[in-house]
Ligand binder design. Sequence first.
Ligand SMILES: C[S@@+](CC[C@H](N)C(=O)[O-])C[C@H]1O[C@@H](n2cnc3c(N)ncnc32)[C@H](O)[C@@H]1O
Length: 181
Amino acid sequence: NQAGWLDTFPHERILETSHEDTPLVVDVGGNIGHDMERFRQAHSETASRLYLQDRPEVVKLSKCPDPVNKMDYDFFTPQPIKGSRVYYMHGVLHDWSDEPARKILAMQRDAMTPGYGTLLTHDYIAPRAFAHPHTTAYDLTMMLMVAGAERTEMQCLGMWSKPPARSRTEDSVDLFHYDDL
Ligand SMILES: C[S@@+](CC[C@H](N)C(=O)[O-])C[C@H]1O[C@@H](n2cnc3c(N)ncnc32)[C@H](O)[C@@H]1O
């Protein structure tokens, strides 16, 4: 069983460090909203500042209640929600090889407010050797099915043009600030 993001990430910090007049969390490729719903339940007063995005045929199946914003969005196109405190991607980048993954990242980066926005990516981080069997199994599956990969930390960092000055690995959650992208 994989831990949920609220179990591994200090989510209160998102609220503590946000400006009240901006979007709070955009869940990019969030499927029908499992992760978004966990956040909403923990912080229900923020629901109108939450955005669930996925392909139209997926997001229309979401049971996230209003006023959570449910939007069609193709993550290869410019991110329409500008200036959110957090852009969250869970299990998205491992579906893609480096070139399309960089494009997805660039589309989010361009919507972010420097010094304010944070991109959270939530994937397995593969060690260079002796990976957990789950990580290896996912890695092989991603390679065979979609030419994706479970990346090592260096591979993740290599997705950006320069190594981040600040990055933090906490279980399976990596945190990068805009300035590091
Ligand atoms: C592996 S799932 C992860 C879903 C969710 N984040 C989670 O962890 O449960 C990848 C998601 O990306 C969505 N997706 C695929 N291509 C997309 C695109 N071009 N634009 C937006 N979402 C897309 C899929 O519909 C799917 O919900």
